[in-house]
Design a protein around this ligand. Structure first.
Ligand code: GTP
Ligand code: MG
Length: 461
């Protein structure tokens, strides 16, 4: 009896605006009742604050907003006010509050709102401020956002995006299978994670030895740096990958003002002719005079295939009869070379036996040297990424024959073995100069190790 009496007394007190009695109502879970009472005492600053807190707890942002607007602009803290403004669609006010707070999170929220409102210029400024405060694991995503806006505003060339798009296309299949990005996100660092990571590395074809070593190093670093979440491993793995690829980057050499001869080698089907077509297109579009040499006389279709590429790229072509001595076709091309900036020589990839091919290639080289002792500027070995590490053995045969200056890794878009680039470059001790990422005329790009690793380990598939 006494209990009920007390309760009704309490409610009466609450009804009269007694703060303690209202607080007890709230403690008892009677929030609706408390709100109903507090609504009548909004002129009392203490009760107004209590009402505001209740609205926030209940997610009633619009009501909280009304209190701020009509009673007290300083209710709550800046973080809450920004959230309220955002929820009720007062974007400009939300942005002001977020900017006042100035933390990474709030700047990012302000940037997002500015972008949503179409104010890209200010969004960019704010995102760039956020970048300076960004924790390491957020940097990658923020950078993507910044680049996207810059491209939309025409501040950076579209090429940058298309380069990224192309590497994305090239690594799509590897990432679908390997999922580094997903493993390295929000997982606990434990034995299971390391085992999965090792399997993933092996699946991406980085080679068993490298996979085991990498995971071992990651384990040590995780202990040393006391890393408990897998996100923390991403940057370390990036560093390790980049270290492994540090001598693997190389760019195509080109000397202005004199003919440059590029000789292409590789087994049949590796992508020599296609790569020549793409390169011819690239150089022609830059205004260079390009001559193609169809020294693959093994197969009748080979010459026709190169002719198609010559037509598409606007290059000229020198060809011989089917079955002609390839060196004689090269001779013909070399005698015209000084009218051109670039001569691209396509060779046959047949490997019936090792000796004849090597002899033939050496003969071609000596013909080139009769005209220009310092050429070829580039002797490029074309390897098919779909066979992954297995291409290393065949590459060694070509390495014995000639002094190779770089690798072109083709069909990256068609394989999940993108990680093979690491053992290929390390074992052969040759730089990767170009990547083939599709059959299109524009699907060739320089190898940028940083971009490659960033994309390989990024979260999006
Ligand atoms: N998806 C994809 N396909 C490619 C790429 N490069 C070449 N190919 C395809 O691979 C096949 C073989 O390419 P070719 O350029 O004819 O190879 P090749 O080394 O000249 O071969 P041979 O002339 O027989 O010695 C063709 O169907 C090309 O379209 C690439 O980067 N991506
Ligand atoms: Mg060919």
């Amino acid at each position: 009896m006494a209990f009920f009496w007390r309760r009704s007394q309490e409610e009466k007190l609450a009804e009269k605006g007694d703060k303690n009695a209202i607080l007890r109502l709230i403690q008892q879970g009677k929030k609706e009742k408390a709100i109903e009472i507090l609504e009548r005492f909004k002129d009392d600053p203490q009760l107004l604050r209590l009402l505001y807190d209740l609205y926030m707890q209940e997610g009633k942002y619009y009501y909280a907003y009304q209190l701020i607007e009509h009673y007290d602009k300083s209710l709550g803290n800046a973080q809450e006010r920004a959230l309220i403004y955002e929820k009720v669609g007062e974007n400009q006010k939300a942005i002001e509050e977020y900017l006042k707070i100035g933390s990474f999170e709030s700047l990012r929220s302000a940037g997002n709102l500015l972008y949503k409102m179409g104010n890209k210029e200010d969004a960019l400024k704010v995102f760039e401020r956020a970048m300076k405060l960004s924790p390491p694991y957020e940097k990658e995503n923020l950078e993507k956002v910044i680049n996207k806006i810059k491209q939309e505003m025409g501040l950076i060339a579209q090429e940058k995006e298309s380069l990224l798009d192309k590497i994305r296309k090239g690594l799509h299949k590897t990432k679908e299978k390997a999922l580094f990005g997903i493993i390295l996100r929000g997982r606990k660092v434990d034995d299971e994670l390391f085992e999965e990571l090792e399997e993933t590395l092996i699946r991406a074809d980085v080679g068993a030895k490298t996979a085991i070593n990498l995971v071992e190093e990651l384990r040590k670093e995780a202990i040393k740096r006391n890393i408990k979440e897998s996100d923390g491993l991403r940057d370390i793995l990036k560093e390790k990958f980049l270290l492994l690829l540090s001598n693997c980057e190389g760019s195509i050499r080109f000397n202005e003002g004199r003919p440059n001869v590029y000789l292409f080698l590789g087994v049949n089907g590796s992508g020599k002719t296609t790569t020549i077509g793409k390169l011819a297109y690239r150089f022609s579009s830059e205004g260079k005079r390009v001559l193609l040499c169809a020294a693959d006389t093994f197969r009748s279709a080979a010459v026709e295939q190169l002719e198609v590429w010559a037509e598409r790229s606007g290059a000229h072509i020198v060809k011989g009869e089917e079955g002609a001595d390839p060196a004689s076709v090269v001779y013909k091309a070399m005698s015209q070379a000084n009218n051109y900036d670039l001569l691209l020589i396509d060779t046959a990839g047949r490997l019936h036996t090792k000796e004849p091919l090597i002899r033939e290639l050496r003969k071609i080289k000596s013909v080139i040297n009769k005209f220009y002792p310092e050429e070829p500027t580039e002797t490029l070995l074309v390897l098919d990424a779909t066979i992954g590490q297995n291409s290393i053995a065949q590459a060694k045969v070509f390495k014995e024959a000639l002094n190779i200056t770089g690798i072109v890794l083709t069909k990256l878009d068609g394989t999940a073995k993108g990680g093979a680039i690491i053992p290929i470059c390390q074992e052969l001790k040759l730089p990767v100069k170009l990547l083939g990422v599709g059959e299109g005329i524009d699907d060739l790009q320089p190898f940028d190790a940083k971009l490659f690793v960033e994309e390989l380990l990024s979260v999006e598939v």
